[in-house]
Design a protein around this ligand. Structure first.
Ligand code: BES
Ligand code: MN
Ligand code: ZN
Length: 492
């Protein structure tokens, strides 16, 4: 992301409409009634806006979609985008309208005439999320996107709401940048450095290096990175914006900066996608950034295990037995089932260190979850119905797909090993569930816990409503909302 789009807000001034360059946007409800600013655009264009709104094409549009009036007369703008949107849209419709506008404007300057439209700040968030573009590695300077201005009647009220949404966009962009970055750039060290930079926002950041991880007994996590020249690290981020002394909520992320599979090497085709195998850690980082940026009144600690899974003369072998920080021994059957080995130790450390009142881990953990749920839903595995339901509600409100999966003893039995306390794979049946069972062995029964398998949703080959191809930032909005609605003192 070279230059993120940050919408600015100004008070409605009808005189500015004629001179605005690039794209002018207006929002017209189903009934086709024009507000004062749209009427002004209509008069300037000698009725062309009204003719578009009366057309068959416009009446057939879904809410949130738009039509372009090209080269209108009597104004500077090269196009007027007319978007169908109720004057009091819900959050979802408002954000979709913003995303539509971003796509149609294609980087040109935008003046959006919102007048009394409710939720203009949500239109702006939808715009910013969809306008994101990761172009850091093109040598030719791509043109910086034009300024995006939202003209609103009640400027103070919209500005306040827009600030919280700006914090969400910042977090989502942080996640996407990390996930999109190639693995030769985003090494474990570079990843840790980018997290340390959160100190600027008031996050306390601590980096645990290999010698400390060894002292802590993290033999499970450490075996994964032992074949790589990049040192393994655990980064701990504390945002303590709530009551002093209150137990925090914990977020834990899988941060495999590249997953070759190790000695159980993956096939060559598509292996380049494994740069996104740090997606769980990326989401944890993004949520921490959002919480800090909006100064959330909650205590949240984010922990990520950063490793690279490489084959080499030092790499862990299939058949090796390692000892976790918890003390349980693990027979490594498949070195490509490495994410759970990383998380086992970080989950244990999080509970020992913080006694969190709840814990959610995120991981691009299994290919099997993509077979089961495709790219529409993350898998939700939990030992606690109340927490799981609260998460599903938050994800639903943010339209981030999430689907609860079963767990149980019969699945856990698949992890029995011939010579150690467990093995790291449970065979082909129910591969995502046995991975979750493995993690649950490192969760204390008293800790309400969710495991989110985000292998199918962290990055996409096609564009989606709110993101171009590549990293989506799935989960940042849902987790931010979960925390805001359940683990935060009322603001103000
Ligand atoms: N990082 C992969 C899972 C993955 C697959 C993420 C596709 C994103 C897209 C994980 O470490 C892995 O390799 N899992 C194995 C587990 C198996 C060896 C039990 C898998 O899913 O094949
Ligand atoms: Mn793997
Ligand atoms: Zn992996």
């Amino acid at each position: 992301m070279t230059s993120p789009v940050t919408p600015t807000f100004i008070a409605t001034d009808i005189e500015l409409i004629k001179e605005a360059d690039g794209i002018l946007a207006i929002f017209v409800p189903e009934a086709g009634t024009l507000d004062a600013t749209a009427k002004r655009a209509n008069r300037l264009s000698r009725g062309a806006v009204a003719r578009l709104v009366d057309s068959d094409g416009f009446s057939k549009l879904e809410e949130g979609k738009g039509k372009m009036l090209a080269f209108p007369i009597n104004m500077e703008a090269e196009g007027v985008v007319v978007i169908k949107l109720s004057r009091r849209p819900d959050v979802s419709a408002a954000r979709k309208a913003g995303a539509t506008l971003a796509k149609m404007a294609g980087g040109k300057p935008v003046m959006a005439l919102c007048g009394n439209l409710r939720r203009a700040e949500e239109v702006a968030l939808g715009f910013a999320l969809r306008a994101y573009d990761f172009d850091d590695h093109f040598t030719k300077d791509s043109e910086a996107p034009g300024a995006v201005t939202f003209m609103v009647n009640d400027l103070p009220k919209v500005t306040e709401a827009a600030e919280a949404n700006g914090a969400i966009a910042d977090g989502v962009f942080f996640t996407r940048d990390l996930v999109n970055e190639p693995a030769n750039v985003l090494t474990t060290t570079e990843f840790a450095d980018r997290l340390v930079a959160l100190k600027k926002l008031g996050v306390a950041v601590k980096v645990l290096e290999e010698d400390e991880l060894e002292k802590l007994g993290m033999g499970s996590l450490l075996c994964v990175g032992q074949g790589s020249v990049s040192p393994s690290k655990v980064v701990v981020m504390e945002w303590m914006g709530g009551e002093k002394g209150d137990a925090p909520f914990a977020l834990v992320g899988k941060g495999v900066v590249f997953d070759t599979g190790g000695i159980s090497l993956k096939p060559a085709g598509g292996m380049e996608d494994m740069t996104m195998d740090m997606g769980g850690a990326g989401v944890v980082a993004g949520v921490m950034k959002t919480l800090a940026a909006r100064k959330a009144k909650s205590n949240v600690v984010g922990l990520v295990g950063l490793v690279e899974n490489m084959p080499s003369g030092n790499a862990v072998r299939p058949g090796d037995v390692v000892t976790s920080m918890k003390g349980d021994t693990i027979e490594v059957i498949n070195t490509d089932a490495e994410g759970r080995l990383v998380l086992a130790d970080v989950l244990w450390y999080a509970q020992e260190q913080y006694k969190p009142l709840g814990m959610i881990n995120l991981a691009t953990l299994t290919g099997a979850i993509i077979i089961g749920l495709g790219h529409e839903n993350a898998g939700v595995f939990s030992n606690n119905d109340a927490l799981a339901n609260a998460f599903l509600k938050a994800a639903g409100a943010e339209e981030e797909g999430a689907w609860r999966m079963p767990m149980g003893k019969a699945y856990d039995d698949q992890l029995k090993s011939r010579l150690a306390d467990m093995k790291n794979v449970g065979g082909r049946p129910a591969g995502s569930i046995t991975a979750a069972q493995f993690l649950e062995r490192f969760v204390k029964p008293e800790t309400p816990w969710i495991h989110l398998d985000i292998a199918g949703v962290a990055a996409l080959k096609t564009e989606s409503d709110f993101a171009p191809k590549g990293a989506t930032g799935w989960g940042v909005r849902a987790l931010n909302r979960l925390i805001a609605d359940n683990f935060e003192e009322p603001q103000g």
